[in-house]
Design a protein around this ligand. Structure first.
Ligand code: ATP
Length: 516
């Protein structure tokens, strides 16, 4: 646990030190749960978005993109259920004055039981050595079974009280499970209450409730209200999808864990419109497809898992999360939801406009069903960074062990693809040659020129921001037009002609490699 906390702390400070992420309004002591992306952060984030967009829109003839406005007619949020039901149950501790989400407190209680199970497993592993069969141990050890049954019971009960919005039931659970304030240990709780997560603002020319607008809490509704516009203007036939990347806003009560839970964040969502009755088929299809998207980045399968929902949102008939093992444990990274015809039917009801599709094959009108894939770009950023950031021992120029921090990003995601480094700063013939190489390469991809400090330090700087290739210009370059190209992960250095640099780097960093 302490080790995980240390890893996470290191990740957060790396993000700041190397210009990936800063706290918002830092000079004013920051704004909680709001972050700014720095020079390398924005490049990495754009690459993540490009990977998602291309794999959705470019790779599917039947998926098109839109970019809807953040502000929407306020009735949208009545229809979608967000005004009445987009709530989190919160509870205050009277002694510490801290506020928590009831469901999170109960989940953390279960995580503690899970940690005890894990301890038993570790103990047995040590005792039995190679012969140890974890699955069998978990299925037969009485103490583990007892604890697992306790977790299942609590989680089942939590799902029921959450589904029913039963605040008394939630309080009863907090009391019966003897849950205390994680910071102070106090059990002096208020009654829980529901808290709406939408931010609101006011139109300039209309006073009062009439002029109340919301900052969208999800991008999906911009897709639903445009369903017919898009279908008619692109003449798509069902099944087809609409994809969108954009900002969403939620007034999260407990906003911590860095960019995992933010108040302003970015979503990459795709709504796939299908014939009623076919949604389960497509739900399974998108679950598999999305998992593959993550695996293509080189994230190990052991760091990703599905979690099927017991506690379904008001609009869904099936839902699963793709969870990623962040430094603070397995948490939701992406949601795949079968949203039925709930949203389109609601918009039809509230707007009085038909949201139907005429299916030429069936020769009938219907309101399509929807399967959505929804991933937070910032969470994907965090997952990517936490997997890529590695401390390792490598041989230095003299072959001695030296420690380096390296960001092993997939080359297609790396902010800078290639760095051009003259061996010495104060030799004009080297710097001007390096400048010429840089000036040519910058047409092809993000390239950086760096002549400050010793070469070893410059390599380390590029390692820390994940640059897959460094090109060094030395005296030999002046004689034969060759350079040394160094590969980030293997540290292999090769001598290549200058006119080969672009091709070599391009082949490795192309988005095509990921899409294939
Ligand atoms: P959680 O249970 O963690 O609050 P959620 O189930 O409410 O998430 P969805 O409404 O399904 O999330 O949103 C889809 C995706 O948007 C999530 O999988 C996540 O990646 C991202 N997301 C949601 N809320 C936030 C947030 N506050 N900060 C950053 N990303 C978020």
């Amino acid at each position: 646990m302490a080790q995980q906390a240390e890893t996470f702390k290191k990740l957060v400070s790396h993000c700041k030190e190397y210009g990936f992420i800063y706290q918002s309004s830092e000079i004013y002591d920051s704004l909680a749960a709001v972050y700014d992306y720095g020079p390398y952060g924005v490049l990495l984030k754009n690459n993540i978005k490009e990977y998602w967009w291309k794999s959705m829109v470019q790779m599917h003839e039947n998926i098109v993109g839109i970019d809807a406005a953040i502000f929407m007619h306020p009735t949208t949020w009545k229809a979608s259920g967000h005004v009445d039901a987009f709530n989190d149950p919160l509870i205050d501790n009277k002694d510490s004055k801290r506020r928590y989400r009831v469901d999170h407190l109960i989940e953390e209680h279960c995580e503690k039981i899970e940690a005890k199970i894990q301890k038993e497993v570790e103990k047995a592993k040590k005792k039995f050595g190679d012969a140890f069969d974890e699955a069998q141990f978990r299925a037969t050890n009485p103490r583990v079974l007892e604890r697992q049954a306790e977790i299942d019971k609590v989680m089942y009960r939590l799902a029921r009280v959450m589904e029913a919005g039963d605040l008394n039931g939630m309080k009863a659970m907090i009391d019966e499970l003897d849950i205390k304030d994680p910071e102070t240990g106090s059990a002096n709780w208020t009654e829980p209450r529901q808290f709406n997560l939408m931010f609101s603002t006011q139109l300039g020319n209309i006073a009062g409730e009439e002029g109340k607008l919301y900052l969208r809490p999800e991008t999906a509704q911009g897709i639903f209200v445009n369903f017919l516009n898009v279908q008619k203007t692109t003449r798509q036939k069902i099944p087809f999808g609409i994809a969108q990347i954009g900002k969403a806003f939620r007034n999260e009560i407990v906003a911590r864990q860095f960019i995992f839970r933010m108040r302003e964040f970015e979503q990459m969502e795709m709504q796939f419109f299908v014939q009623p009755g076919k949604e389960m088929e497509w739900y399974e299809y998108w679950k598999a497809k999305r998992l593959k998207w993550h695996l293509a980045l080189g994230h190990p399968a052991t760091k990703l898992r599905f979690h099927d929902h017991d506690n379904l949102a008001h609009y869904a008939n099936a839902a699963a999360d793709i969870e990623f093992e962040f430094p603070f444990g397995f948490k939701e990274l992406e949601g795949i939801h079968s949203r039925t015809d709930f949203d389109l039917t609601e918009h039809q009801k509230y707007s009085g406009k038909k949201m139907q599709y005429f299916d030429p094959e069936l020769n009938e009108n219907y309101v399509p069903y929807v399967v959505e894939t929804s991933i937070g770009c910032d969470r994907m950023f965090l997952a990517t960074m936490s997997h890529a950031l590695v401390d390792e021992i490598v041989p230095d120029a003299e072959g001695k062990d030296s420690e380096r921090t390296v960001l092993k990003l997939h080359p297609a995601l790396a902010p800078i693809k290639c760095a051009v480094l003259p061996l010495l700063k104060n030799k004009e013939e080297l710097t001007s040659k390096a400048r010429t190489i840089f000036d040519n390469l910058k047409f092809a991809f993000n390239t950086q020129y760096d002549d400050k400090d010793a070469i070893g330090r410059r390599y380390r700087r590029q390692d820390a921001i994940g640059t897959p290739y460094c090109v060094t210009v030395d005296f030999e370059t002046l004689e034969d037009n060759t350079v040394t190209i160094r590969e980030r992960d293997s540290l292999v250095q090769e001598r290549i002609p200058i006119d080969k640099i672009e091709q070599i780097v391009r082949e490795r960093v192309e988005m095509k490699n990921l899409l294939q």
